[in-house]
Design a protein around this ligand. Structure first.
Ligand SMILES: Cc1ncc(COP(=O)(O)O)c(C=O)c1O
Length: 348
């Protein structure tokens, strides 16, 4: 008879998964909570507060009513036709719900949508990203997921073919990364954040860990950066981010930037910059640096209008238009590019 399904013969990749924030300490706390219920007074405390995951609402913080109201109205749009809704819901929530419903085909939630997410909503997300970064964002490049974790799993599924594929991950890390790499059968390649420099990320350490993994036959496919960090809380400096982008380009790595905490900065001298913006700055910088060579090439091309090179003229024009894109957003683009340029000069 074939062996029946048991824990021991489940998918070993699942058995290997660990999620520290829901691990041993939490399980022990749950045992103690049960003890408090069955034997009140048996412990020197009478309540347990769970701080293992960022769950402010379970600790009494009130949810932001705007989001709840908008969601309620979108999910039950007939409320919008009732007179009493105007006194129960805020005017801004009512108008936002109407806007969102107008962007949804059939003006109703709950239906299957485009697999990347509803186009009208992706347009709104792209507009938000563009105004945050000062660079255009394309709704077709956006995939809407129900939380950050499904997005991370999607990327691991895409990148990891077997245990010879590796992902560079910060240590300390949020355990989503070790767990998803284990689940998708890859190898975690650690790099270490330095507590002495405020949990800084050293390119030399990245390089060392990458080379070490490659010497063991690991094909390193991507680099995870959590910025602002969890659990470490550091905010990366713009120059450091430029170096990371260049490192990924040089080494052929996909940069997986986890920016879920971009709003959580509590000091005046730190500023969040998205890696999307930094990447645009360094990319535009390449064309600024090569401007003189491009100008020469352009002149040369003009002289050879009827040859094969005339095609390159169009290509050059489109490269120039990238530069124009930067000029349209001087307050973000130029300063980012300038600081990348400063850094570049000091590079070997
Ligand atoms: C750094 C980091 N990334 C991703 C996640 C997961 O986000 P979500 O709950 O949206 O899946 C968390 C959750 O705490 C996190 O701290």
């Amino acid at each position: 008879m074939a062996p029946s399904v048991a824990v021991e013969n489940l998918n070993p990749k699942v058995l290997k998964c660990e999620y520290a924030v829901r691990g041993e300490i939490v399980i022990h706390a749950q045992r103690l909570q049960q003890q408090l219920q069955t034997q009140p007074g048996s412990l020197p405390f009478d309540e347990i507060l769970y701080c293992n995951i960022g769950n402010p609402q379970s600790l009494g913080q009130k949810p932001v009513t705007f989001f709840r109201e908008v969601l309620a109205l979108c999910d039950h749009p007939s409320l919008l036709e009732k007179e009493e809704t105007k006194s129960l819901f805020s005017a801004d929530a009512i108008s936002r719900a109407k806007e969102i419903l107008a962007a949804i085909p059939g003006r109703a939630t709950g239906a299957y949508s485009h697999s990347q997410g509803i186009k009208g909503l992706r347009d709104a997300i792209a507009a938000g990203i563009a105004s945050r970064d000062g660079f255009p964002a394309n709704a077709d490049d956006i995939f809407v997921t129900d939380g950050a974790s499904p997005g991370v799993h999607m990327m691991m599924q895409l990148l990891l073919r077997d245990e010879k594929d590796g992902i560079l991950c910060p240590i300390p890390q949020y355990p989503l990364y070790s767990a998803s790499i284990a689940l998708h059968g890859g190898t975690l390649v650690p790099y270490y954040l330095d507590e002495k420099t405020g949990w800084g990320l050293e390119i030399s350490d990245l390089k060392k860990q990458l080379e070490d993994a490659r010497s063991k036959g690991i094909d390193v496919r991507a680099l995870v950066v959590i910025n602002p960090g969890n659990p470490t809380g550091q905010v990366l400096a713009e120059d450091n981010q430029c170096d990371i982008v260049r490192f990924c380009k040089n080494e052929g790595l996909v940069l997986l930037a986890d920016e879920v905490y971009q709003e959580n900065i509590y000091v005046d001298d730190k500023k969040f910059n998205s890696f999307k913006k930094i990447e645009q700055c360094t990319f535009s910088l390449r064309f600024i640096c090569h401007r003189r060579q491009l100008r020469l090439l352009k002149q040369l091309t003009k002289h050879l209008m009827h040859s094969m090179l005339s095609v390159s003229l169009n290509q050059l024009e489109s490269l120039w238009s990238l530069d124009l894109g930067l000029a349209k957003f001087p307050e973000h683009g130029i300063s980012g590019a300038r600081s990348c340029r400063r850094k570049k000069r000091s590079l070997p």
